[in-house]
Design a binder for this molecule. Structure first.
Ligand code: KG4
Ligand code: ZN
Length: 352
C-alpha cells in the first residue's frame, strides 16, 4: 500500500511517499527565510507560498520515485491544527487528488503525526508516552494506539518553542530562534536558578512558559549588554561567554521543566515504558541529552526522531496515514480542516 503524505500546516510545504511502512522519498520547500524578514510567520504569505509550491513538489516526488498519481492508494494530509489558509491549500489538493484517482483519503492530526513519525525509525509499541514540543504546542499524551490518544497535559499559555522564539526575538536573534539559542547555550554553562522552572510546584501535567519568558525579558532589561551583543552577532563562535551562559540557563529552565513533568507522567503510568519526544523543540541538544539520561535511569525505551523528522515534514504525515489506513481507517471527502485552537473531531471511519 502506497500512502502520500501532505504537510502544509505552517511554513513548510512537504510531500512524502510511504510504501508498506517504509519511506520511499520526501520533498520539502521551506519558507523560513521569507518569514524571518517579518520576525514570525505571516499567514497570508504562508498560504500563497504553499499554493505556489504544492503542485511542482508533487510532480518532483512522482518523477523521482517513478510513480504516477494512479499508483497512490491513500492520500493523507495534515488537517490541523495550524494556519487555516495554509491547511486549506494542502487539504484542497489532497481532496482533489483523491477524488480524481479514487485513492482513500485521511485527514491527519498534525500533532499525532509528529509523534507517530518515530515509527519510521524504530518499531512503535503501545501504550507509549508522547511529549510533543513544537512552536505552537506542548502536549503530553498517553498513546494507546495510532487511533486512541489520551491527552495528559498541555501548555496553558505559550508553547515551549514559542518561548524559545520569543526570548530569541527579545535578544534580537533572527526568527525562528530556537536553534540559535540551542547553539549558543551549548557553548555556555547554566547558572542555577537564574531563571525559574515555571509551573512545577503543583500536581498537574500541564505547562506554562509565559512567566519564564517574562522573567528572561526582565533580566535582559536589567542587563542590556546581552541584547546589544546578540543583535549584532554574526556567528555563534563570536558570542561572549556571558551571553552563552544566559542562553544555557534559559535552555536548562525549559528542558528541566519538560523533564520534571515527563517523569511525573511516567510515575503515574507505570505500564508505560516507551517515551517518544517529537516536534521542532525535540531537535534541542540539551532536551535530547536529558531525555536520554531520564530513560536510561528508568531503564525505559526512548524514541527520539532525527532532527529532520522533528521539524514539520511530509514523511510523518505519510507514515501516520499509512498506519491508519493499515487499520482500515478513512475520511469522507467532506472532512473539516481545523485551525489552531479548535478540537480535532474523531470522525474517521475505521473497520478495525
Ligand atoms: O514542529 P515545528 O517544526 O513547527 C511547529 O509545528 O510549530 O517546531 C518549530 C519550533 C520553533 O519554535 C523552533 O524555534 C523550535 O521548534 N526549534 C528549536 C530547535 N529547533 C527548532 N527549539 C529549541 N532548540 C532547537 N534546536
Ligand atoms: Zn509541527
Amino acid at each position: 500500500m502506497i500512502c502520500l503524505g501532505i504537510e502544509s500546516s505552517c511554513d513548510e510545504t512537504s510531500l512524502a511517499l510511504v510504501r508498506d511502512g517504509q519511506l520511499l522519498d520526501a520533498v520539502l520547500a521551506t519558507q523560513a527565510d521569507i518569514h524571518a524578514l517579518f520576525g514570525g510567520v505571516v499567514p497570508e504569505l504562508a498560504s500563497r507560498e504553499h499554493y505556489r509550491f504544492i503542485g511542482p513538489l508533487f510532480d518532483v516526488l512522482m518523477e523521482r520515485t517513478g510513480l504516477a498519481a494512479a499508483d497512490v492508494n491513500v492520500v493523507a494530509v495534515s488537517r490541523g491544527p495550524g494556519l487555516l489558509g495554509s491547511l486549506l491549500v494542502g487539504t484542497a489538493f489532497a481532496k482533489g487528488l483523491a477524488l480524481g484517482t479514487g485513492a482513500r483519503l485521511i485527514g491527519i492530526n498534525h500533532l499525532h503525526a509528529h509523534l507517530l513519525a518515530a515509527g519510521l525509525q524504530e518499531p512503535l509499541r503501545f501504550p507509549s508516552l508522547g511529549l510533543l514540543v513544537s512552536g505552537g504546542h506542548t502536549h503530553l499524551y498517553r498513546i494507546v494506539s495510532p487511533r486512541a490518544w489520551e491527552q495528559l497535559g498541555r501548555t496553558l499559555d505559550d508553547a515551549a518553542g514559542e518561548a524559545f522564539d520569543k526570548v530569541a526575538k527579545t535578544l534580537g536573534l533572527p526568527y525562528p530562534g530556537g536553534r540559535l539559542l540551542d547553539a549558543l547555550g551549548q557553548r555556555g554553562d547554566p547558572v542555577p536558578h537564574l531563571f525559574p522552572r515555571p509551573y512545577i510546584d503543583n500536581d498537574t501535567l500541564d505547562f506554562s512558559f509565559s512567566g519564564l519568558k517574562t522573567a528572561v525579558s526582565g533580566y535582559l532589561g536589567e542587563h542590556p549588554e546581552h541584547t546589544a551583543v546578540a543583535g549584532k552577532l554574526r556567528a555563534v563562535e563570536d558570542a561572549p561567554q556571558a551571553l552563552c551562559d544566559v542562553c544555557a540557563s534559559f535552555n536548562w529552565a525549559v528542558v528541566d521543566t519538560l523533564r520534571i513533568k515527563t517523569e511525573r507522567a511516567l510515575d503515574r503510568h507505570p505500564d508505560i515504558n516507551t517515551l517518544i519526544v517529537a516536534g521542532g523543540v525535540a531537535a534541542n541538544t540539551l532536551l535530547r541529552a536529558e531525555m536520554t539520561a531520564l530513560m536510561q535511569r528508568r531503564k525505559g525505551r526512548l524514541i527520539l526522531p532525527s532532527p529532520t523528522l522533528c521539524t514539520d515534514n511530509g514523511s510523518m504525515v505519510a507514515y501516520a496515514g499509512w498506519l491508519l489506513a493499515d487499520r482500515g481507517c478513512e475520511h469522507a471527502l467532506d472532512f473539516e480542516t481545523i485551525p489552531r485552537g479548535r478540537r480535532i473531531p474523531d470522525d474517521m471511519r475505521c473497520v478495525q
